[in-house]
Design a protein around this ligand. Structure first.
Ligand code: TXA
Ligand code: MG
Length: 318
């Protein structure tokens, strides 16, 4: 059921249930992060492999010290500047965080969502929330409560509706290898903004085998038909005769029916494009095209996160 009753969400979470929650990036599937049984339900509902760890969500920067042993200077700077916000920090965990949350890893992923509804929820709860994106494993992340209802509605008792997500792609994940800051997932906080504050960072590209951060699996965010990246005019010619869906950055393609052409941002704005990406992919997927043709954005700012999601949508599962 979808609703806006924070008390109901709170009561369910306190009794060890999973609840859909809004964040500024994407909707999450939340449970008490300190309760292994509740956390196990997240993996079951999502059909998520147990080796893929969960992000722990908490209300404010001060709470980070409760769950982590050490906050490097650069992490502190980032936390002060960008939290709450679309940034997740990988930090050495304290024992209070169950191994199931981190899939046995020594580090825990911590995030402070910037959404008024979930902020209130977290402030009123006495425990943090473990939450992955609220989609079945491997599918497109949800950016509205209805998206969650469509796919997980029969398995989740309550989905807290906070409206459409403002950012629209998941948080940027940053950890440290020794002293070196490393980005493990490009996301809603632009790498340029991070580098401006703490200097150069390394960026790990995803790999299909033995991923360090399993969200780096190559195939992800996959709609029901093949996604092909390239020059859309050329691809349309090549796929003539098929029912074609298009995801373009700014331009509408006149040979494609308007409902089958998702334009991410007519004015070419990266923030708007990110906000429309997953909902656009879902809309197209519902219309069951035989193939989706998409173009990459310039590799700057949020364009990098958008391109990462498009590339992974275009990769066939191995
Ligand atoms: O924006 C977001 O981050 C959303 C909202 C709901 O907060 N959450 C999200 O969660 O995207 P999820 O589970 O779909 O993706 C989290 C990624 C996964 O790729 C996971 O492998 C990685 O974070 N991760 C979580 N904990 C980790 C850890 N301890 N070490 C390495 N990677 C970790
Ligand atoms: Mg996810």
């Amino acid at each position: 059921m979808i609703g806006t009753d924070i008390d109901q969400a709170k009561a369910l979470l306190k009794s060890g249930e999973v609840v859909g929650i809004p964040t500024e990036t994407v909707y999450g599937l939340a449970a008490n992060a300190l309760d292994e049984k509740a956390v196990a339900k997240i993996f079951a509902v999502k059909n998520r492999p147990s080796f893929d760890p969960l992000i722990v969500h908490t209300a404010d920067v001060r709470a980070i010290a409760e769950f982590t042993r050490h906050l490097p200077d650069k992490a502190k700077k980032l936390a002060d500047a960008f939290m709450p916000g679309p940034l997740t920090l990988l930090l050495p965990k304290k024992d209070i965080i169950p191994d199931m949350v981190t899939s046995g890893l020594e580090q825990v992923a911590i995030r402070i969502p910037n959404h008024p509804v979930t902020q209130q929820l977290l402030k009123e709860l006495s425990f943090p929330l473990a939450a992955p994106s609220a989609n079945p494993f491997g599918y497109i992340s949800p950016t509205t409560a209805q998206h969650v209802e469509d796919q997980l509605g029969d398995k989740v008792k309550y989905i807290l509706d906070g409206g459409p997500c403002h950012v629209g792609v998941e948080s940027t994940i940053l950890g440290f290898e020794g002293e070196v800051p490393v980005i493990y997932r490009k996301g809603g906080l632009a790498i340029e903004a991070i580098e401006e504050l703490i200097g150069p960072v390394q960026v790990r590209e995803h790999s299909s085998s033995n991923p360090q951060s399993p969200g780096m699996l190559k195939s992800h965010y996959a709609p029901g038909c093949p996604v092909i990246l390239g020059n859309i005019d050329e691809l349309i010619k090549k796929h003539q005769g098929k029912r074609i869906g298009v995801i373009s950055f700014k331009d509408q393609f006149t040979t494609i029916k308007p409902e089958l052409n998702i334009v991410l941002s007519e004015k070419g704005d990266f923030t708007e494009a990110a906000r429309h990406l997953f909902s656009g992919m879902r809309k197209l997927d519902k219309l069951q095209p035989e193939v989706i043709l998409a173009e990459l954005l310039p590799e700057v700012g949020l364009g990098r996160a958008i391109n990462d999601r498009l590339r992974r949508a275009a990769t066939e599962a191995e």
